[in-house]
Design a protein around this ligand. Structure first.
Ligand SMILES: [Mg+2]
Length: 338
């Protein structure tokens, strides 16, 4: 395993460039010059996002291999573009690595990143590598396209709109808690779907692309913090409340098992901090069946879990017995929680 210090910056960059994937006609000047030059689609709007992971905070060595970490970094950013209804196109990676880091691991990270971006039509067009003394960090900037009038925003939900989620909210956060609490015990196959949800989240770009033409989505956000916090962001931006239906949540045997193993109520996981990178959508009730069909076609779990309320202060959930209570929990907040 050669280290960065042994190979030197230029050889490392050459090896990284070799795993960026094939260029496409939109790339006028590829990586290798001072900056990349790309050709946006005529008439399209440009959408930009950035998200990153810091060692010890976003991941711990031993929880995830470099290639999966790269794929996860791609999905974290792809998820933001999916939540805007946008098509990802170009990306830049900023890597902060130790001089004694394994170059093969860094190349593996870039391979996972490039492969995951390519599956959604995007490509790395450049990046930067800097040396750090302590924790490593990887930040991706992702640029995409959306047609004017097709942008999804957090604002736009109306009273009566249905609230839908993809996937199984809470699984990724449960996977991290299991890994932290149980160590190797978390490898129990019962917990497999939870560890996978954290380690290998799926991009929802293709589903967003299928939902867009239905004109059914009135507001959208991706679940990067957890249902309560992200739902609150959408509600605040839209000026609506939310009433969820407990019985409408997808059954999740793995989440139940995890709650038992951790000695926590199910709510603590379902509504706990969790970077699932799933979509939370407010949809036109008239388009429910069309949305469900699009999700089934894309083989993505899709559940209508509640409805937007006219009372903007409402944040409640109705249990199976018909009792209403406040939605528990509050999403992950980087600066006030550990
Ligand atoms: Mg987001």
């Amino acid at each position: 395993m050669p280290t960065l210090a042994e190979l030197g910056e230029f050889e490392v960059i050459r090896r990284l460039a070799a795993v960026r994937g094939a260029p496409d006609a939109s790339i006028v000047v590829d990586s290798g010059d001072d900056a990349a030059v790309v050709r946006p689609e005529p008439g399209g709007l440009v959408v930009l996002t950035t998200d990153g992971f810091v060692e010890g905070r976003s991941w711990r060595p031993g929880w995830i291999d470099p290639e999966a970490l790269g794929a996860r970094l791609a999905v974290a950013n792809l998820s933001d573009l999916a939540a805007m209804g946008a098509r990802p196109r170009w990306a830049l990676l900023a890597a902060a690595v130790r001089a004694d880091a394994d170059v093969d691991a860094l190349v593996g990270l870039q391979r996972g990143l490039a492969r995951t971006l390519a599956a959604d039509g995007a490509r790395l067009v450049g990046g930067n590598v800097v040396a750090v003394e302590h924790e490593e960090a990887f930040h991706l900037t992702l640029v995409g396209h959306v047609h004017e009038g097709a942008v999804w925003r957090r604002a736009g939900a109306r009273a009566g709109d249905l609230i839908a989620v993809t996937g199984h909210p809470g699984r990724a956060g449960a996977g991290v808690r299991l890994a932290a609490r149980l160590g190797d015990g978390a490898r129990d196959p019962r917990f497999g779907p939870l560890l996978d949800a954290w380690r290998s989240p799926r991009s929802r770009v293709a589903l967003a692309g299928a939902l867009g033409p239905l004109r059914a989505v009135r507001a959208a956000i991706d679940l990067s913090d957890g249902v309560p916090g992200d739902l609150a962001h959408l509600c605040e931006a839209s000026g609506v409340g939310a009433v969820l239906d407990e019985a409408a949540f997808p059954d999740d045997a793995a989440l139940l098992e995890a709650a038992e193993a951790l000695g926590l109520p199910l709510d603590a996981l379902r509504f706990g901090p969790s970077d699932d990178y799933e979509l939370l959508l407010a949809i036109d009730p008239a388009s429910r069946a069309a949305c469900e069909a699009a999700a089934a076609q894309a083989a993505v779990a899709f559940a209508v879990i509640g409805r937007c309320a006219g009372d903007a202060a409402a944040r409640t959930i109705v249990d199976r017995a018909g009792r209403e209570r406040p939605i528990p929990g509050a999403g992950y907040e980087h600066f006030t929680r550990g």
